[in-house]
Design a protein around this ligand. Structure first.
Ligand code: ZN
Ligand code: MN
Length: 484
């Protein structure tokens, strides 16, 4: 019997990524809807009032071009927006403003690695990008019993839709690619790509074919997956299911189908059978003029393109961080932002990663908090300042950071309310040192005989007595002065 698997899985992805612009795609409403009360970030434009006119967001277009260049796509010199018509309660205009036959960019490629459990890249692969276009997001529906609530805060958020070629051979590859794409979105400052906030969503298409064949058989499209875990589980499930269908019927699906992923049940559910190209009645958006980009425009954006995540990771390793520390910072922009600021202030990469990746992350985990709830940059910099100018010791600093995570208060407020300042008054410190001398005659004796090791014991005694509020270096200087 031939033991070799006779079938290959063929997988392609469509990724929707929210851009991290200040305002929405076609109006001036704020684009930061996280945690904001429903329907407070809306205006007549993004809620589709008659007679309003959309104005394209320049920042969004530039971000999309930057991302297209990062993906090695060719940015088209001419493109325009189209209206994509469909009816749904979360779509106030009755159409989505998207791009149909003239997308912003075409034909790119992404390199991604398959990583083993210890974090090493075991193999490198490529996935071609078919196209990238710009569109706007719909609102959000919440179903409550027999009622459905509409929140239009998200309506009009700028999206990039990135479509791959069917180059991904397994769920594992699809996830590895999607994770690299997320890092690239972040590195290009095009999206915060925060999975927790639904900023990156996937549609995954999968079909099977006999090894060596080049036909594309009808595929099953899994709609609206919003985590890497869902992407992996849904594709793994659907591949198994399609293999069973093949076994039973001796071949692939007869026509394209659309399925949904039921997270709780761990299986897919048929949404639409015998799907045909839906009639969206696309036509060019009459209210927005076509866009033209000169080669010079595009070269200027190319020149400002930040280094890709692979290069950024290498740079962090060169600063002295480990592979896994560097990877954590590349994967989590909120931590990266804080690391960069502390590193800029202290020029000490190890110390900065200790504060951010060891202390801050540890306290966030212990408090069961998300990185989005981490203390703001200014608070962290203030804490480092207090440690460096001797207001508090490094150890007390750690204690303060924990309280900052728990309470959200700035370090100065915590130092004040908990009385954590170092003893900076020399006379107060000298008094404790005199007590230490009286209480540790043996150690003082050996110190006088030149045994430096005894110094630690006395400094330790002072630190304990002062409840950690003395500066150990200062204690040892004062002690030496007194003994002379
Ligand atoms: Zn608006
Ligand atoms: Mn789309």
């Amino acid at each position: 019997m031939d033991q070799i698997d006779p079938l290959d899985a063929i997988i392609g992805l469509e990724i929707h990524a929210q851009m991290n612009t200040r305002t929405k795609m076609f109006c001036g409403c704020s684009n930061d809807a996280y945690g904001v009360p429903p329907n407070t970030l809306i205006c007549p434009i993004c809620t589709g009032h008659p007679g309003t006119l959309p104005v394209p967001n320049r920042e969004a277009i530039f971000k999309a071009i930057r991302m297209a260049l990062a993906l090695h796509c060719t940015v088209q010199e001419h493109c325009h927006f189209d209206r994509k018509h469909y009816f749904y309660p979360d779509l106030p205009l009755g159409f989505q403003i998207s791009q149909y036959d003239f997308p912003l960019a075409r034909s790119g490629v992404v390199q991604y690695d398959i990583i083993d459990h210890s974090g090493n890249a075991t193999s490198s692969h490529e996935c071609r990008i078919h196209r990238l276009h710009i569109e706007n997001d719909a609102g959000k529906l919440t179903h409550r019993g027999t009622h459905t609530l509409c929140d239009f805060n998200r309506a009009g958020t700028p999206l990039m839709e990135i479509v791959t070629e069917p180059d991904l051979g397994s769920a594992r590859h699809a996830v590895a690619f999607a994770q690299e794409l997320r890092r690239m979105l972040i590195a290009a400052h095009a999206s915060d790509a925060d999975m927790f906030k639904g900023m990156m969503r996937f549609d995954a298409s999968i079909s099977l074919r006999e090894k060596g064949s080049t036909v594309l058989n009808p595929r099953s499209e899994i709609k609206n997956l919003n985590s890497f875990k869902a992407l992996e589980q849904a594709l793994t499930y659907e591949e198994k299911r399609l293999r069973l269908v093949w076994e039973k019927e001796g071949g692939p699906l007869h026509h394209n189908i659309t399925v949904g992923w039921l997270d709780d049940e761990g299986k897919t559910r048929l949404l639409r059978d015998k799907e045909e190209a839906a009639d969206y009645r696309y036509f060019p958006e009459p209210d927005i003029p076509p866009m033209h980009f000169t080669r010079k425009d595009i070269q200027a954006l190319q020149k400002d393109l930040p280094p890709p995540p692979r290069e950024q990771k290498e740079a962090l390793i060169k600063l002295g961080l480990t592979h896994s520390e560097a990877r954590e910072l590349i994967d989590e922009p909120q931590l990266r932002l804080r690391f960069d600021a502390i590193f800029k202030k202290t020029a000490d990469a190890k110390r900065s990663s200790g504060i951010i990746l060891t202390q801050l992350q540890g306290f966030l985990n212990a408090a069961e908090k998300n990185v989005a709830d981490a203390p703001p940059l200014e608070h962290l910099l203030e804490l480092v300042e207090h440690i460096d100018n001797g207001t508090v010791s490094a150890n007390t600093g750690k204690e303060i950071l924990q309280k900052m995570v728990e309470t959200g208060k700035p370090p100065s407020a915590i130092i004040k309310s908990e009385g954590l300042e170092n003893i900076t008054d020399d006379r107060a410190l000298e008094a404790i040192i005199q007590q230490a001398i009286a209480a540790n005659p043996q150690a003082i004796d050996s110190l006088k005989k030149g045994k430096e090791a005894a110094l630690g014991a006395i400094v330790g005694w002072v630190m304990k007595e002062s409840k950690g509020k003395a500066d150990p270096r200062k204690v040892s200087d004062l002690l030496k002065k007194i003994l002379k």
